[in-house]
Design a protein around this ligand. Structure first.
Ligand SMILES: Cc1cc2nc3c(=O)[nH]c(=O)nc-3n(C[C@H](O)[C@H](O)[C@H](O)COP(=O)(O)O)c2cc1C
Length: 187
């Protein structure tokens, strides 16, 4: 597939079929990570492929609840009951990539999002749909979230920067909304 075809064709998808994305396909997509520009060539982003239903469900719900609370002016972490009653930020994806970066590194976030963009394009080429789910607050800040992070082998001091949902689009593939940025100014 031509690069421009992927760039222009990819859309964020938020409803997925039940068909899982096979590990070989995920591995093919992840070939791009070694080719990402990254600050100082420190390669500081750490990635996790989540396929565990309970883990995805918990983190997606915690993410949504923590952001909604924050928007409502509530900074205290939600209870486990509140989290489980929430919607999930990951829609119904069966595979979710978590990208972590060092907490005190200026470029953790740009590094992760550049990687996320490469991943979404490589996934599109493989017929896999994606949606970047941005991380603003630490969705793994709860005790259970911290336990999950530990179980992933991601050390303390790293925080989630971005998530990417992966799956096969259910229903019509979204159309480009036709928006455009304002014209670039030539000076
Ligand atoms: C930094 C960033 C954060 C995003 N966060 C979310 C999110 O939390 N939930 C979501 O459904 N989509 C999220 N998106 C996807 C955008 O909504 C989507 O890219 C935008 O609407 C344009 O649509 P397109 O990707 O189909 O071109 C995010 C995208 C970016 C780049």
């Amino acid at each position: 597939m031509e690069l421009m075809e992927a760039i222009k064709g990819r859309r964020s998808v938020r409803r997925f079929q039940d068909t899982p994305v096979r590990r070989e396909v995920v591995e093919k997509i992840l070939e791009v990570v070694d080719y990402c520009p990254n600050a100082g060539n420190r390669n500081s982003t750490r990635g996790v492929v989540m396929t565990d239903r309970e883990m995805i469900d918990y983190i997606g719900k915690a993410h949504m609840k923590i952001i909604r609370n924050f928007n409502a002016g509530i900074t205290a972490l939600p209870t486990e009951e509140e989290i489980m009653a929430s919607e999930s930020a990951f829609h119904n994806a069966g595979t979710v990539l978590a990208l972590f970066g060092p907490e005190n590194f200026y470029f953790s976030s740009p590094d992760a999002y550049i990687m996320a963009q490469n991943i979404t394009l490589a996934a599109y080429e493989q017929g896999v749909s994606t949606c970047i789910v941005g991380e603003v607050l630490n969705s793994l800040a709860t005790q259970k979230g911290q336990e999950y992070q530990k179980s992933m082998g991601i050390p303390a001091g790293f925080v989630p920067q971005a998530y990417i949902t992966l799956g096969y689009c259910d229903g019509d593939y979204p159309k480009h909304p036709g928006r455009h940025y304002s014209d670039f100014i030539y000076v």
